[in-house]
Design a binder for this molecule. Structure first.
Ligand code: ARG
Length: 588
């Protein structure tokens, strides 16, 4: 594997790999992976924890070692010469503590400043990935669950793109279900001129959906006509296709408003796209003798699961699972994606596990889940209201996402006005800044928690300028930009001519944290955990604050070096914001 120059953990692992080889006698035929991790111990920046595990494998055999500490000593002694490590010591039961060379840290940061932060990007072994996210349903409401999927999915896509992976950002919209029968039939019956009236015929799509659903449930004759409409739609009758496309278009425009505000790029390939491929894919599965008849339906039985995956319903129709199996086949075989990632609520975990199992049974995927091509379901918890229940409006309606984003923005305008910005800035500048802060706050509040936990939506909390919030972080970033601006120095010039030194303890701590950006994004990206990056960003800001309150920058003897450290902090923070889909503001 290629080694990432910014990834300390990876570089130290390489060194300990060599040391392990030299330490463990060949004839024992013991193969161990180096265990190296950053630590907050008093005596080191990193720690190698191999001694204990190794001891349990070699004790009883004839070696020079008397216990884990002596293995630790040997691992330390066999470490190859390098610029990275300043000193090592063995502690307790055999931990090897590593103190990094502060010159090396400084040089690495300076190198990043001149060569760009892209040099610290993760090196993944794949070229192409699919991220399936957002994926609302046509005519039904796009709810806070879809907002979570949109926010989390966008971040994962950004992290992969930063890692130089081509990402197919897929909006798997629910545009192909039996609900279209009743919608189309209702449209025909209530607006004979629907083709010319377009949106007017439908009006508010959610209300339109409700009306037709009410008729569907209450009127058996209507239900009958709606069911016939589905058949005619699915057989491709043009009038029905046109009406379907018209309804989809109205939904699409609503979804796009949300994506535009959030700055999220997505390419729609809805359920309907995969429909023509379903029979062929089912035939492939049947040829492998994976499909059986069961109570009139066609199903796949999966080892270890009580219920089978239904791939053709007893009425002969296809379902969510047939579509997802086909979409997965298409992504792996036609689009040649090496990693397919699905972002939905945890409630769909079982569904995806079953689809993935069938793909393994069909040998579309290797049986080792860690090998590429691979698939992952990225589940997330619920968004709760203050009452601890599902987040809804007072009248317990689903919250409209545009209303939610409007409120975040409006509250931010109020806060900026209170700080006197409305008088100082143009209206456009206030609006633009309020959007960045408001939408950033909504995103960060979602991303900072481990995605599997439920989180409580609270405007006051997320828009607070203190604590672990986007607002606090955006202010911190703006402050750093202003320190640099006010110094009046040409930073491009300083990057080339100035030297970065880390003599003060708080400079060194900040420098070390900056350097750990590389291994942190890699972890967040490969484990699909945006909260890891949020935590890093928050700690970075705390480290900077400590440095800034103890080390004078402008006007000090160390001005050049400290300005470079400010610049590096702004660069790393800026990249974190970008990866989280947050637009920073350089003046607040
Ligand atoms: N439309 C679904 C929903 O709203 C989410 C689709 C997720 N993607 C997929 N390939 N099944 O719950």
């Amino acid at each position: 594997d290629e080694v990432n120059p910014g990834n300390v953990k990876q570089q130290l692992s390489k060194l300990f790999e060599a040391s392990l080889k030299a330490t463990v006698p060949n004839e024992l035929e013991i193969d161990v992976e180096p265990l190296v991790a950053a630590c907050t111990a008093k005596f080191g920046d990193y720690q190698c924890n191999n001694a204990m595990g190794l001891w349990s494998k070699i004790k009883g055999k004839k070696t020079e070692f008397k216990g884990p500490p002596s293995i630790g000593q040997a691992l330390m002694g066999n470490l190859p010469e390098c610029d990275i490590v300043e000193s090592c010591s063995v502690a307790g039961p055999g931990f090897v503590n590593i103190v990094l060379s502060k010159n090396w840290i400084a040089q690495s940061i300076q190198k990043m400043l001149t060569e760009g932060i892209g040099t610290w990007a993760p090196r993944l072994q794949i070229r192409r990935a699919v991220v399936d996210f957002s994926s609302p349903n046509i005519a039904k409401e796009m709810h806070v669950g879809h907002l979570r999927s949109t926010i989390i999915g966008d971040t994962l896509a950004r992290m992969l793109e930063f890692s130089n992976v081509e990402v197919l950002r897929r909006n798997h919209v629910g545009d192909w279900g039996t609900q279209f029968g009743m919608l189309i039939e209702h449209l025909f019956e209530t607006s004979p001129n629907w083709e010319d009236e377009k949106e007017k015929a439908v009006g508010d799509l959610q209300a339109f959906y409700k009306e037709s659903k009410q008729r569907f449930d209450a009127d058996p004759a209507f239900k009958e006509r709606a069911q016939q409409a589905v058949v005619r739609l699915q057989s491709g009758e043009s009038k029905y296709r046109t009406a379907w496309a018209q309804i989809c278009e109205i939904s699409r425009r609503e979804f796009d408003q949300v994506y535009k505000r959030l700055g999220v790029q997505l390419e729609e390939k809805g359920e309907s796209f995969y429909n023509p491929y379903i029979p062929g894919v089912l035939k492939l599965l049947a040829e492998k003798e994976l499909i059986e008849d069961s109570e009139g339906a066609r199903v796949v039985f999966i080892e270890g699961k009580d219920i089978p995956l239904i791939v053709v319903k007893s009425d002969g129709g296809f379902n969510y699972a047939s579509t997802d199996l086909t979409a997965l086949w298409y992504r792996l075989k036609e689009e040649k994606a090496e990693w397919v990632i699905y972002v939905t609520d945890v409630g769909q975990q079982q569904h995806f596990e079953m689809v993935f199992s069938v793909a393994r049974m069909a040998s579309w995927l290797p049986s080792d889940v860690n090998l590429y091509p691979k698939v992952n379901h990225v589940g997330f918890g619920l968004v709760l209201g203050e009452d601890g229940k599902r987040f809804r409006t007072r009248s317990s309606e689903v919250i409209k996402l545009v209303d939610l984003l409007d409120e975040a923005k409006n509250r931010s305008i109020v806060a900026l006005t209170e700080r006197g910005k409305a008088a100082e800035w143009t209206k456009e500048k206030v609006e633009e800044t309020a959007e960045k802060i408001g939408y950033g706050a909504v995103k960060y509040a979602d991303l900072k928690n481990n995605r599997l936990t439920n989180y409580t939506f609270n405007f006051d909390q997320m828009l607070n300028d203190k604590g672990n919030t986007a607002v606090y972080l955006l202010y911190a970033y703006a402050r750093i930009c202003s320190i640099i601006r006010k110094s009046g120095k040409d930073m491009e010039d300083l990057k080339k001519t100035g030297a970065l030194l880390l003599d003060h303890a708080d400079e060194r701590a900040l420098g070390l944290h900056l350097l750990q950006f590389a291994e942190t994004v890699e972890e967040a990206c490969t484990n699909l955990l945006p909260n890891v990056l949020c935590e890093y960003l928050y700690n970075l800001s705390e480290n900077f604050t400590k440095f800034y309150s103890n080390c004078q920058v402008v006007g000090s003897a160390e001005e050049t070096s400290r300005l470079l450290l400010c610049e590096a902090t702004a660069t790393v923070m800026g990249k974190c914001f970008f990866l989280l889909g947050i637009n920073p503001v350089d003046k607040i």
